[in-house]
Design a protein around this ligand. Structure first.
Ligand code: MN
Length: 482
């Protein structure tokens, strides 16, 4: 029986002993070694592009795939899995920093590990049941072309109520108010940030920014992409405001203007490097497969704070319960735009303007529709001198005055470029104001104007131009404060 002995090197050792009666170790039999369940690991790899590496122990090596969107938790869609080179078994427990310049540079952490039951392990198809802390279920991996594979979850989702992140959510809007609510203990008070409202959607580490009107603004703010890396497998929809901070650290809508208008991704990257924006995060609409809109303000706030989002270009500014006066005083002292009051007992109502959210401004200011312009004299010699602005009331465009202050060389040429194709012969206002040499335009552009107050005749006193808004619908522009 020489052949048997060759296969089993510890045959003699085993034969001489009764392991039920000796403390000496029994050799692991080849059979029991085969019976041990093979192991797997999923590593979260923050390389040039975030991905997850799935590795299965097999035949003394780790079969490996890089999965950009991570292990699917739902039955659809399937996720791309790129087959990579086999890794040594020691990689099962590897985590750490792969240095810059090395292959796969970036941090690697263990996202999940455990054992698996093999069902099929072929060169072009693998079926396994993973038993990990986060993932438990049967998966199929199948080759589609070359190194390209797909991974499909065959078991029903661990959480059958889990849903994919909705992409059609819109921000809840606040109603303008002249004063803070009186029953302040029922309200939370937040700073009103003077910038651009966005919803931030993160799925499998990929960030998408959506403007108020539902336009994709992701490529305009590349410095926010890293927020996706931080949230990684946490699927989430957040509400926030993108602001540009001036030299004193105050939000400057004027400084944000070039970022809102940017046309190409390369210009966006240059501007982002020169003067990064900050996104102020203040609400959560969706988390880990479930809507959070039905929760009350305090519960949503708790979830938001638990995410602990504070980074180089994002912050979670505080909210104050009850003492609105203090927040308003701080807003005045810091020369902030105002305060937003949010009722504690209300849900998040996507896309709706609600009385449960109220904005109280420290300065008067709002959006207006451009209906025309007047040429300037002197050095301007016929170029854009002032803007003719109005707002809608009962379907009519009411004239509210002319705005010349705040125009400078940079915004003047931008406005001239935008106004030129909108030229028309007749006034868009319901009552044509008597003005020297007016140039009328189709009422399609929305501008942001700060002013001292309204005159009794319904005109703006001391208005100052602040910038263009391409994230507001002209037909929704109404007089905010009467
Ligand atoms: Mn990798």
């Amino acid at each position: 029986m020489a052949a048997t002995r060759a296969k089993e090197p510890l045959h003699e050792y085993r034969k001489k002993r009764d392991f039920a009666n000796t403390p000496e170790p029994a050799p692991a039999s080849p059979k029991s070694r085969r019976a041990r369940k093979p192991r797997f690991v999923v590593q979260e790899h923050h390389a040039r592009r975030l991905h997850w590496d799935l590795r299965l122990e097999h035949d003394g090596v780790l079969w490996s795939w890089a999965v950009p969107k991570g292990i699917p938790l739902l039955n659809k869609p399937n996720h791309l899995a790129v087959r990579t080179e086999d890794h040594p078994l020691q990689y099962l427990t590897f985590h750490g920093e792969i240095p810059k310049g090395q292959y796969g540079a970036g941090s690697m952490t263990i996202w999940d590990s455990g054992t698996y039951e093999p069902e099929k392990l072929r060169d072009n198809e693998v079926i396994v049941t993973l038993h990990g802390e986060r993932v438990d279920g049967k998966y199929a991996l199948f080759q589609t072309k070359g190194s390209q594979w797909m991974i499909h979850r065959m078991s029903p989702p661990a959480d059958p109520t889990r849903e994919p992140v909705p992409r059609d959510l819109r921000p809840m809007l606040a109603t303008p108010a002249q004063a803070l609510p009186r029953d302040q203990r029922n309200w939370a008070f937040e700073m009103k940030w003077d910038g651009m409202r966005v919803l931030l959607l993160v799925e499998a580490g990929q960030l998408t920014l959506t403007s108020r009107l539902g336009n994709d603004a992701t490529s305009r703010f590349p410095e926010l992409r890293a927020l996706g890396d931080v949230l990684a497998q946490t699927d989430v929809v957040l509400d926030g405001e993108i602001v540009a901070l001036d030299a004193n650290g105050r939000p400057s809508f004027e400084q944000l203007q070039p970022r809102m208008q940017v046309g190409s991704a390369s210009v966006a990257r240059r501007l982002a490097a020169e003067h990064p924006v900050v996104c102020m995060l203040f609400d959560v609409l969706w988390l880990d497969g479930h809507s959070t809109c039905e929760l009350g303000y305090l519960d949503r706030r708790k979830l938001l704070e638990r995410l602990a989002l504070a980074g180089p270009t994002w912050q979670t500014p505080p909210a104050t319960i009850g003492d609105g006066q203090a927040v308003f005083r701080a807003a005045e002292e810091l020369d902030m735009e105002g305060v937003v009051a949010k009722r504690l007992d209300t849900t998040y109502q996507p896309g709706r303007r609600s009385d449960a959210w109220r904005k109280v401004k420290t300065h008067l200011g709002q959006e207006f529709v451009l209906g025309g312009w007047l040429p300037g004299g002197g050095r301007l010699d016929g170029r854009l001198g002032s803007l003719l602005v109005g707002y809608y009331e009962d379907g009519d465009l009411r004239y509210a005055g002319r705005v010349g202050s705040g125009l400078n060389e940079r915004n003047r040429s931008l406005l001239e470029t935008k106004l030129a194709p909108l030229a028309r012969d007749t006034s868009p206002f319901d009552k044509t104001p008597k003005l020297p040499d007016p140039h009328w335009v189709d009422p399609e552009l929305v501008v942001d104007v700060r002013f001292q107050n309204w005159t009794g005749a319904g005109m703006l006193r001391a208005p100052r131009y602040r910038g263009l808004r391409d994230d507001k619908d002209p037909s929704e522009v109404a007089r905010e404060i009467r």
